[in-house]
Design a protein around this ligand. Sequence first.
Ligand code: FE
Ligand code: FE
Ligand code: MG
Length: 171
Amino acid sequence: MAQRGNSIIRDLEISEVIAVLNKAYADEWLAYYQYFIEAKVIKGIMKDAAIAELTQHATDELRHANMVADRILQLGGTPLLNPNEWFTHTNCGYEEPEDFDVVSILQDSIKGEQCAISVYSQLADMTRNKDIVTYDIVSQILADEVEHEEDLQALHDDIVEFIADIKQSIQ
Ligand code: FE
Ligand code: FE
Ligand code: MG
C-alpha cells in the first residue's frame, strides 16, 4: 500500500472506497462475460455488426476490471478473489440472454450500460475533490460506458429501422 499516495485522500474512508470499487469490479467481470456470451449466441439480421460491437465492449469491460483491480490494490485492498462474490457484490447484476435475437440482445446490453453509467456517476460524485486518482479512473470508465450505451442504441435503432423498411417494401 502506498502511504503517501493514500494520505492525499481527504474526507473519505479508504475502506469505503475499496468496498465500492469491489462492487464495480464485480460488475465489470459480469459485464465482460455478458458481452462475451452474447457475441457467441446472437442470431438474426445484421448480427455481424452486433458481434463486432459486443466483442469490442467485452474487451473494454475487461480493461475496466483491470483498472479497478489495480486501484483497489493501490489503496491497500484486495480485489474479490472468488467469482461467487461477483453475484453478492454486483450493483448491476447479470442479464442472462434468454432471447438470442439481435434486437433483444442489444436491449439487454443497453440496460447494463445504463446501470453502469449510474454506478460510475455516483462513484465520481463520491470521490470528486476527495480522492483525485480514483476520481480520474472512474471518470475515464464513465466516459467509456456513455460511449457504449450510445453505440448500442445507435446500432439497435438502425436494425429496427432496417427491419421496418424491409417489411414495408414487401407489402
Ligand atoms: Fe465497464
Ligand atoms: Fe460498458
Ligand atoms: Mg463501441
